[in-house]
Design a protein around this ligand. Structure first.
Ligand code: AMP
Length: 285
């Protein structure tokens, strides 16, 4: 495998394109992130490192995927630490644009993956996936990667990106990496940073609820309503937790199931104090 050895960092689209163009015919893996990196991000970077000649990481807290009342202003950032972590993973190229580079004044073209974007997270976050699809499409156009890496942690995002790639004929292989968890099951997330000690302890309720549903499924339960109810009841036992939604849906369409007789996605969103966390598992896949 060819490795360039020196990590390049730029916030400029034209500079990135110049570097990208100089490299010739090598494969590029792209890992899009919002920074404040953890082992979940780094697991994707490592997979990209193995599968491609060059690895690029974007770090961009994308304003269009946040609603006005959400946490854009307070979203955790630590670029210096992120760059050190990526250097250690032998990443070749880091793109750190500011919002004006991605959304110059007059910007008005958005991508909406219409039906999938309305389900699950979309009900609580109506414009979220329009922002995600738009920025990922732009990153694909800017980088022209051979492969792009996304985490199963954001299950709906993976389904939407795959749909967009199919619908718009992007010449990119979408690769999904497994959810990386803390020892107690909590899925790693930059937003875990917001939790105080009591909330951090309470946050394990998401994974515990998913494991209960999985166990009940393994015991033979196929009624999706019973599995949802089990999740409601489990979350209700934790005083610091407030359920936003629990879903047992088809993995491809994200439509709610009545009977679990096809590959299913069990997912949930829960407020722990003021912090909104999501998690999911795949069953019968
Ligand atoms: P974010 O910075 O939160 O936008 O995440 C960037 C990428 O990392 C997305 O594809 C996420 O799905 C993925 N990711 C975030 N958390 C995890 C995790 N715990 N395990 C695996 N992938 C993750």
């Amino acid at each position: 495998m060819i490795k360039s050895g020196i990590m390049k960092v730029t916030n400029s689209i034209s500079e990135l394109r110049r570097w990208r163009g100089q490299e010739g015919a090598v494969s590029w893996g792209l890992v899009p992130t919002m920074g404040f990196l953890h082992e979940g991000h780094l697991s994707l970077v490592r997979q990209a490192r193995v599968e491609n000649d060059r690895v690029a990481v974007s770090i961009f807290v994308n304003p269009t995927q946040f609603a006005p009342h959400e946490d854009l202003a307070t979203y955790p950032r630590n670029l210096e630490r992120d760059l050190a972590l990526l250097q250690a993973e032998q990443v070749d190229l880091i793109f750190t644009p500011d919002a004006a580079a991605i959304y110059p004044s007059g910007f008005q073209t958005y991508i909406t993956v219409e039906e999938l974007s309305q389900r699950l997270e979309g009900a609580s976050r109506p414009a979220h996936f329009r922002g995600v699809a738009t920025v990922v499409a732009k990153l694909f156009n800017i980088f022209q990667p051979s492969r792009a890496y996304f985490g199963q942690k954001d299950a709906q995002q993976t389904v939407i990106i795959r749909q967009m790639v199919r619908d718009l004929n992007f010449n990119v292989e979408v690769v999904i990496g497994p959810t990386v968890r803390e020892a107690d099951g909590l899925a790693l997330s930059s937003r875990n940073q917001y939790l105080n000690l009591a909330e951090r302890a309470a946050a394990t309720i998401l994974y515990r609820a998913l494991m209960k549903a999985q166990h009940r499924y393994n015991q033979g339960e196929r009624q999706a309503a019973a599995l949802r109810q089990l999740i409601y009841d489990t979350i209700a036992q934790e005083p610091l937790a407030r359920l936003d939604y629990a879903s047992v849906a088809a993995q491809d369409s994200l439509l709610e199931l009545e009977t679990v007789n096809q590959p299913a996605l069990i997912s949930l969103a829960v407020f722990i104090g003021r912090t909104r966390l999501i998690d999911n598992i795949l069953i019968n896949s």
